[in-house]
Write a protein that binds this ligand. Structure first.
Ligand SMILES: CC(C)(COP(=O)(O)OP(=O)(O)OC[C@H]1O[C@@H](n2cnc3c(N)ncnc32)[C@H](O)[C@@H]1OP(=O)(O)O)[C@@H](O)C(=O)NCCC(=O)NCCS
Length: 184
């Protein structure tokens, strides 16, 4: 169990080539089905605004996520979100609480530094268990987003949301979510 680790929040434009390389290295290990993508880029779909890292000794990236703030609409209502992507713990450090620590740090950042109405992400049912334990809610409703150069709607976007400034009861759970751009 690693006890020496630090959190680092870094703006996308401040990442060094070495940061990109170390993040890509983690994502290649964490997402074996997407090696082709992450061996060439340190993110997928929408360009992130910030990275949140947990780093260990000798600069090893233990865990990573990225987020971008955006005004989306849900049932025609303007909602300010932080779209979260590329959540991953280095497989050498799985099930040691780092993923949870990372998500809890994100909640603190979205509450104190970058207030948004909700966090939002997409994930499989398997990972929904993990996010559910750190305050995120599973929702099943249509999602409209830019995908491979075209806007299209899927019947169930496999979305999870984190209430920050607004509550779970204020979320319109029967409306179309329009991301007005790519997913994260
Ligand atoms: C999902 C992921 C980030 C979890 O990271 P982690 O550091 O291992 O998570 P934690 O140690 O904080 O786990 C907290 C709890 O979440 C649940 N959990 C974590 N991984 C899980 C898994 N693979 N299956 C089921 N539950 C899981 C467990 O309840 C766990 O508590 P426990 O270990 O006491 O049982 C990590 O498995 C990962 O990087 N997976 C590959 C990339 C990925 O799929 N990312 C999500 C994209 S949406």
């Amino acid at each position: 169990m690693t006890t020496n680790f630090t959190y680092r929040l870094i703006a996308e434009n401040d990442l060094t080539p070495d940061d990109h390389q170390r993040i890509s290295g983690l994502l290649v290990k964490a997402f074996p089905n997407d090696v082709e993508i992450f061996s060439q880029a340190s993110y997928c779909y929408s360009l992130p605004e910030y990275r949140l890292l947990i780093e260990g000794e000798q600069g090893v990236v233990i865990a990573h996520l990225d987020f971008e703030r955006r005004m989306i609409s849900v049932g025609g209502e303007e909602i300010y979100v932080a779209g979260v992507g590329e959540v991953a713990t280095n497989p050498d450090y799985h099930r040691q609480g780092f993923g949870s620590k990372l998500m809890n740090k994100l909640t603190a950042i979205l509450t104190d530094e970058f207030p948004v109405d909700y966090g939002i992400l997409q994930c499989s049912d398997t990972n929904a268990l993990f996010y559910g334990q750190v305050g995120w809610y599973r929702i099943h409703q249509p999602l409209h987003r830019l995908y491979q150069g075209e806007f299209a709607t899927v019947a169930d976007g496999d979305v999870m949301i984190l209430p920050v400034r607004k509550t779970i009861d204020e979320w319109q759970s029967d409306a179309v979510i329009d991301l007005r751009g790519e997913s994260w």
